[in-house]
Design a protein around this ligand. Structure first.
Ligand code: NAP
Length: 323
């Protein structure tokens, strides 16, 4: 086998949105798989996947997609993973690896594992990478570069199968870590799910203000609010499912968050500048740490391009005399 030989012969993608289409593009670009067969729920998406040439074959059902595949990746909202596992189970090739990309892992393991035959390797995964866009047009091959992909294989899973899937993710640019599903859900509750909930809340709060103030909110949104609106534009189906599926961990983190908000509220009410300063100093160090480990750019304002200064001369009353 040459070093260019694909890791898997046939990749079946079930769901081809942002994540599925990014996997297709990256796997192609890296020669990670011999061929790709894809399916999506709607005719419109299947048609678009074919138009974009994201797969060698586009089929109508998940059952048809997995026939003869040695790697199956389910790329759909977490709430839909159980029924899909049930549908594909009788059609899976013995020895195939079945994985997913869901943002919650405990529920995916609980919903999918009971349906899958013992003859396949089940290795759930979560690429911690994304944007606020959805659908097959939104994906790009570089999405996973230098991002983490967390694998949560059930205890006792075949180590060679786990290592092979890890090699696949590394080949398409990701760093790989292995974790227990419940631990994954606790970590992601604070790093991803809670921030999304806060963004959805604050943007909703602004939306409910009286109309005059609301138009000003939009007009002056160049401040912190603008960054919340980007996160709050994320896919409603995906995030509904995340909060339903990771209820316990999110409620735990929300409880702690509410305590911290109360402490800051008290500091503001009492005029306790030292408490505020100490808190903000600690959080600034966290941002520095994220940049230091290469998980974000140190460029100010998230690297947004800034327009040039206006070129027109100043009107007479303000312009300095020439000589
Ligand atoms: P997406 O762009 O909205 O694509 C979702 C795909 O799932 C589409 O192909 C859609 O088919 C299909 N689908 C939706 N509901 C379905 C159902 N009930 N049954 C079967 N198929 C269904 O979503 P995505 O961003 O790629 O997210 C997919 C998964 O990746 C989710 O589990 C999410 O938690 C996870 N994830 C997302 C991100 C992110 O930032 N977006 C990051 C990491 C992980 P149609 O187009 O035909 O409706």
């Amino acid at each position: 086998m040459s070093s260019k030989a694909p890791l898997y012969n046939r990749l079946a993608l079930i769901g081809v949105g942002l994540i599925g289409s990014s996997i297709a593009r990256a796997a192609r670009a890296q020669g990670a798989v011999g061929s790709i067969v894809a399916t999506a729920r709607s005719e419109a998406t299947r048609k678009r996947v074919a138009e974009l040439g994201l797969a060698d074959q586009v089929v109508e059902t998940a059952a048809a997609a997995v026939e003869g595949a040695d790697l199956v990746i389910v790329c759909i909202p977490v709430g839909a993973c159980g029924p899909v596992a049930k549908e594909i189970a009788p059609h899976l090739a013995p020895g195939a690896t079945v994985s997913d990309v869901g943002s919650v892992k405990g529920s995916v393991v609980r919903d999918m594992a009971p349906h899958l035959p013992k003859t396949v390797h089940f290795v759930p995964a979560h690429p911690v990478a994304g944007t606020e866009y959805s659908g097959p047009d939104a994906g790009f091959a570089e999405l996973f570069v230098n991002r983490w992909c967390i694998l949560t294989p059930p205890e006792g899973q075949d180590t060679a199968a786990v290592e092979k899937l890890a090699a696949f993710w590394r080949l398409i640019g990701a760093n790989v870590e292995t974790m227990a599903p419940d631990h994954h859900d606790l970590v992601l509750a604070v790093t991803s799910h809670l921030p999304h909930l806060i963004a959805y809340t604050i943007v909703g709060t602004a939306d409910e203000l009286e109309s005059v103030t609301r138009s000003e909110v939009l007009k002056f949104s160049a401040g912190g609010f603008r960054d919340f609106t980007r996160i709050a534009a994320s896919d409603p189906t995906m995030w509904r499912d995340v909060f339903l599926a990771n209820k316990d961990a999110v409620l735990e983190m929300l409880g702690r968050f509410n305590e911290d908000v109360s402490a800051l509220t008290k500091a503001i009410r009492k005029g306790d500048g030292d408490a505020l300063f100490e808190h903000f100093t600690r959080t600034r160090a966290i941002r520095k740490g994220i940049v230091q480990i290469g998980q974000d750019s140190p460029v100010p304002d998230f690297g947004r391009p800034h327009p040039d200064l206006p070129q027109e001369p100043l009107p007479k009353p303000y312009a300095a005399d020439g000589d």
